[in-house]
Design a protein. Structure first.
Length: 118
């Protein structure tokens, strides 16, 4: 069984999800639950830190697609950050850089959210 963990932390009005391990069809419900909790709490500025994400399948990518419309409808966004080259290649192969703001560092994603509010 694949190991996967989602930790949530707050940075002011920004919620950060730290992903660790293998995100696949078996573990995707954990990420879905984390997104649902954020939306239920009206937390629409979301950063997903992929520093410790070692693998993502198409099922994992589908979780991001399932929530982005509602997040943006509420004037928020999902920004992805700190991807390893291996994980970025999966996102890139499916065109995610055209749909999502992907930054190298979490601080850069925080800055972009902060600038948006000004």
């Amino acid at each position: 069984m694949s190991e996967f963990n989602v930790q949530q932390r707050e940075h002011g009005e920004i919620s950060v999800l730290d992903l660790k391990g293998y995100l696949d069809a078996h573990t995707a419900p954990k990420l879905e639950d984390a997104f649902q909790d954020l939306l239920a709490a009206a937390r629409f500025n979301i950063i997903v830190n992929c520093r410790d994400l070692s693998y993502i399948s198409s099922a994992g990518l589908g979780v991001f697609m399932a929530f982005i419309e509602e997040v943006r409808k509420n004037e928020g966004d999902i920004k992805l950050t700190n991807m390893t080259p291996k994980v970025f290649n999966v996102f890139d192969l499916l065109g995610f850089p055209l749909l999502y703001d992907i930054t190298n560092e979490e601080a850069e994603a925080i800055r972009k959210f902060t600038e948006k509010r000004k």
